[in-house]
Design a protein around this ligand. Structure first.
Ligand code: GDP
Ligand code: MG
Length: 196
């Protein structure tokens, strides 16, 4: 008798999550921290895109995620567009000590929507580096107002849009950020009946 053992992944849903934001805001650090790889003081510019696959447990439902960490530098735009395509959720990161990175958020959002030709992608805006209290230039109020403004966009009716403040350095809210996105994606997939 021949027995064939087929390994079946426990994940019920699959999602591609992209980390967007200007260079040096902490995208790679957040992903590394989330995956338990520690924190690195030195900044290694991400070339192209990094990729990590991990499972997120959302109230007992397993979501397999591919977390794409994209290069923020403008000269990688072609590569960036290729990796934005087909994303299910986006973490759009700025650095609370860098006003320019906050002002860039709308450009990242436009690029995400343009490449995907759709706006029904759950969004989580992240204000990172909150451990640098003395150097902070973007207030929580300012960030929340921007996110409320985005959420009121007519094209975003019914799409989850949230905001969280993190530190990849001391770990504040890093697990929570990915948990929020995981939950929103599972809810969306359940509504769509979109299983693996
Ligand atoms: P990326 O270009 O967006 O991927 O940014 P990186 O993750 O490479 O981080 C850029 C720099 O900011 C590095 O020197 C990190 O050590 C530093 N950094 C990242 N996150 C934080 C944070 O939460 N707090 C502090 N103090 N530094 C951070
Ligand atoms: Mg990087």
């Amino acid at each position: 008798m021949c027995i064939i053992i087929v390994s079946v992944s426990t994940a019920r849903y699959m999602a591609k999550i992209v980390l967007l934001g200007d260079g040096a805001v902490g995208k790679t650090s957040l992903r590394r921290r989330y995956l338990g790889k520690g924190f690195n003081q030195s900044h290694l510019m991400t070339i192209g895109a990094d990729f990590a696959s991990t499972n997120i447990d959302v109230d007992g439902e397993i979501l397999n995620t591919q977390i794409w960490d994209l290069a923020g530098q403008r000269n990688f735009q072609m590569i960036r567009q290729r990796f934005l395509l087909g994303s299910h959720g986006a973490l759009i990161v700025f650095d609370v000590t860098n006003k320019g990175s906050f002002l860039s958020l709308k450009n990242w959002l436009n690029e995400l929507w343009t490449v995907n030709r759709r706006t029904d992608i759950p969004l989580l805006f992240i204000g990172n580096k909150v451990d640098l209290i003395d150097q902070r230039v973007v207030t929580p109020q300012e960030a929340e107002n921007f996110v409320k403004y985005v959420a009121s966009h007519p094209r975003l009716r019914g799409v989850p849009v949230s905001y969280i403040e993190t530190s990849a350095k001391d770990g504040t809210n890093v697990q929570e950020a990915f948990a929020i996105m995981g939950k929103e994606l599972v809810q969306k997939f359940k509504l769509q009946g979109n299983q693996k």
